[in-house]
Design a protein around this ligand. Structure first.
Ligand SMILES: C[S@@+](CC[C@H](N)C(=O)[O-])C[C@H]1O[C@@H](n2cnc3c(N)ncnc32)[C@H](O)[C@@H]1O
Length: 212
């Protein structure tokens, strides 16, 4: 595992930095498939940051309980504050994703703009661990950046992603420098993609996968 990044110092400005750079696009992407997530009862969210998605998920699903995993104490503090109305259904654990306990009753995994903080080997290990500890039918909602296929967009997208990694390296000490391939990891672990939505010329996507 690479040395853990420290998102504490960016936690309070994270939301505003996001709105200033990409406006509402990331939050729209996170919530794009939310209306389809009405049957899950036990969610496990990795690196949900300040908790904007967790709060929406809990509000929409009064029967659902959620466990939020994050390495950053400040992010978890913000997440708890944002989910205060559903606090009896929320558990937060400050730990690395690869060391997180996974309840066998988990039926929803959420990773929004989180897997890009991991090396490919770590994404592989996380997906394998989740597959081993969850049952068939478990859903995995994943949103992230990707380099689009479009020939004209690709170089611009590459530059943008590189700049993002440089910024996160300076601000948080993140050592990852390129996007992993979550799709390969999920497929290898027995998940199949059931839906996909992309935006901003394909630079940003969100998908639901299901454990077979
Ligand atoms: C880029 S932010 C994404 C936040 C949010 N999910 C979003 O959609 O914007 C990454 C989040 O993952 C957490 N994180 C990074 N590496 C982690 C790791 N190895 N284990 C657990 N959490 C981690 C950070 O503290 C931060 O809250």
């Amino acid at each position: 595992m690479n040395a853990h990044p420290n998102f504490n110092r960016v936690a309070h400005m994270y939301r505003w930095a996001e709105y200033l750079t990409l406006g509402p696009i990331l939050q729209r992407t996170r919530t794009h498939f939310l209306p389809q997530l009405t049957r899950c009862r036990e969610a496990l969210l990795f690196g949900d940051g300040d908790g904007r998605f967790t709060a929406r998920l809990l509000r929409q699903n009064p029967e659902l309980s959620a466990r939020a995993i994050d390495i950053s104490a400040t992010m978890l503090h913000l997440l708890r504050e944002r989910c205060i109305d559903a606090r009896s259904r929320l558990q937060t654990i400050q730990t690395s994703a690869l060391e997180a306990p996974i309840s066998p009753n988990t039926d929803l995994i959420v990773t929004h703009f989180f897997l890009d903080c991991l090396m490919q080997t770590e994404v592989d290990a996380l997906a394998a661990n989740i597959a081993q500890n969850t049952g068939p039918g478990t859903l995995w909602l994943v949103s992230d950046f990707q380099i689009p296929q479009h020939a004209f967009i690709r170089p611009v997208a590459r530059l943008y992603i590189q700049m993002l990694y440089v910024a996160f390296r300076i601000l948080t000490g993140l050592r990852v420098q390129s996007l992993p391939n979550p799709q390969a990891a999920l497929e290898r672990s027995g998940f199949a993609r059931i839906t996909h939505h992309a935006t901003l010329f394909g630079l940003i996507y969100t998908e639901i996968w299901q454990r077979q």
